[in-house]
Ligand binder design. Structure first.
Ligand code: ADP
Length: 543
């Protein structure tokens, strides 16, 4: 017997319509690439999203065709999120930090039809447009009078002229909720990038989950600043979850330095900010130098790579801001776990609580996870046993776009490539990415553990721990350190810092100092590059 409830699909258009009707006057504030601050409301955004849908109709862009963006976080990008997907096209958020050749490869693989870009990416677009063979229309996200006459790009139009000619009345189609809604490529550290193709259903379910109290706890009383880019797994779903809850949205544009982010947090009363650890390093440096305080910020969601415990401490002890450590992947829309304490842990002393808060957190309803040994046997949730992490759930991929790479699943589970422990309360702790773990004489050393200790050293701005070949132990850890400006730590000083913090055999064999650690397109340390750079490094003990 079937239930007798209305069979209404979970559609992205319903989010913006809901926000229009119920939170029409809630503000959306954007720092534009032009540098000024733009303000409007969900009602304005909804009307303009409908214009986008009509403009795509007028250009005869078919259902399912890809409309790409090369854009920072801002109100026009937000409108495209809803106008493109809501009308049945697929929003493809290209990462503008990729090299031009990679952008061309991905745009051609995705067969993008329309490409909308921020004016700050005009040089990139000029370099690639002739090689993006499927794109029929180029749209500059600007006013008509800001369009350069001599761009050289055939048929370039301004976004404002494009949607300005379209009506703001539109009836959103009643799509099948499994219809493709957006496309995001993994960073492709090994081989070519692969596309994760999200559906309306997966996106709306993920937004529900993201807004839950034990996830980001979003509400109409929040002012949310996604520093994580809208081209990085849909800014972790914050634009959708904000529309669902009516939270005020604050978009930082391309100004992601500590000072700009701090000013926006203060001027817009931001209560929740989300981003990768490297962005918060910049913010915390600025805070320390300027002696600044937060007056409204309550919590920050930090994920994408391991958040060093020292950062969680600083936010909490110095600034009274709770860090919600989160773990996820592009293939997971991206949220898998978020770290929030359970009721029974609230009475624990702060030190004990901190042992849990540094972990990546508990699964959100909708995400099923398990850890297995090399033979695929499930391991216990005891906080000790460490194994390959597998996940499944309605916002986790079943296959990559165009079937690239074959069937990614193992008995219905998606292997994350991460190694983790899970404790009896369900708190996940990522030990490492399997390709980053250091295999020393049959024992594994967690590069994350070694980095986290270095990050607590007062003179260390950033640290990466990588494996280098070793004649006796196969691999041994090498620590690559970027010192804080004005400090000059030496090798012995850093190595002494490990005494009593890890077992002797886990202490790095050597420390090298660099001016900068290479970061990838989503702000993560590129350990593969470092491994190449230091492949022939001779460790003192082995030399
Ligand atoms: P995203 O684009 O969301 O960062 P990617 O697919 O590029 O996702 O990378 C996902 C990987 O990033 C995970 O498999 C994991 O190795 C790493 N990661 C993400 N969040 C964390 C975290 N909080 N702690 C440790 N590693 C993390």
């Amino acid at each position: 017997m079937l239930g007798l409830m209305q069979d209404q699909g979970l559609l992205i258009s319903s989010l913006i319509e809901f926000a229009d009707r119920n939170h029409g006057d809630a503000p959306i504030v954007s720092r534009r690439v032009e540098g000024d601050i733009h303000r409007y409301t969900y009602r304005d955004a909804a009307g303009r999203a409908r214009r986008v849908a009509n403009a795509l109709d007028a250009d005869a862009i078919e259902q399912g065709e890809r409309v790409a963006t090369l854009a920072w976080n801002g109100y026009r990008h937000f409108e495209l999120y809803f106008g493109v997907s809501g009308s049945g096209r697929v929003l493809h958020t290209l990462n503008p930090r990729l090299a031009p050749d990679q952008v061309v490869w991905i745009a051609n693989h995705a067969e993008d039809r329309v490409l909308c870009f921020d004016m700050s990416f005009l040089p990139l677009v000029k370099a690639v447009w002739q090689r993006c063979t499927t794109v029929r229309k180029w749209v500059a996200l600007c006013e008509a009078d800001a369009l350069p006459a001599d761009s050289g790009i055939d048929g370039l139009v301004s976004y404002e002229a494009w949607i300005g000619a379209a009506s703001d009345r539109y009836t959103w189609p009643a799509l099948d909720e499994r219809t493709a809604a957006s496309l995001c490529y993994t960073s492709g550290t090994t081989g070519n990038p692969k596309g994760a193709l999200y559906s309306h259903r997966s996106t709306v379910l993920h937004a529900f989950a993201a807004a839950l109290p034990d996830a980001m706890s979003l509400s109409a009383r929040d002012s949310v600043l996604p520093v994580v880019p809208m081209f990085h797994v849909n800014a972790w779903g914050t634009p959708y979850a904000a529309a669902m809850t009516g939270a005020k949205l604050v978009f930082p544009g391309g100004a992601l330095d500590g000072k700009s982010v701090y000013e926006l947090i203060e001027s817009e009363g931001v209560t929740l900010a989300a981003g990768v650890p490297t962005v918060w390093l910049g913010l915390l440096n600025h805070m320390a130098q300027a002696g600044a305080r937060f007056s409204t910020l309550q919590r920050t969601v930090i994920g994408g790579s391991a958040c060093p415990p020292a950062m969680i401490h600083t936010f909490k002890e110095q600034y009274g801001v709770a860090v919600l450590h989160a773990w996820g992947m592009t293939e997971m829309s991206p949220l898998g776990t978020v770290c929030n304490l359970k009721g029974k842990q609230l009475a624990l002393p702060p030190d004990e609580q901190m042992k849990t808060l540094v972990k990546q957190g508990r699964a959100i309803y909708g995400v099923d996870m398990k850890i297995v040994d090399p033979e695929g046997r499930e391991l216990p949730w005891d906080g000790q046993a460490s194994g390959d992490l597998l996940v499944k759930g309605p916002w986790i991929i079943s296959s990559y776009f165009k079937g690239e790479g074959g069937d990614p699943l193992r008995d219905g589970w998606f292997p994350t490539g991460d190694v983790a422990t899970i404790d009896a309360d369900g708190f996940l702790q990522i030990t490492d990415r399997s390709k980053d773990v250091i295999k020393s004489g049959g024992e594994w050393i967690s590069s994350i553990d070694i980095e986290n200790i270095a990050m607590a050293h007062p003179a260390v701005a950033m640290a990466a721990c990588i494996a280098v070949p070793h004649p006796k132990w196969d691999e041994r850890p090498l620590l690559v350190v970027m010192p804080k400006p004005g400090t000059h730590p030496d090798r012995a000083d850093i190595l002494r810092f490990y005494e009593g913090r890890v077992a002797k055999w886990q202490v790095p064999d050597d420390v090298v100092f660099v001016d900068a650690i290479p970061l990838g397109a989503t702000g993560k340390m590129q350990k593969m590059k470092l491994r190449e750079q230091f492949r022939d490094h001779v460790l003192p003990a082995a030399g």
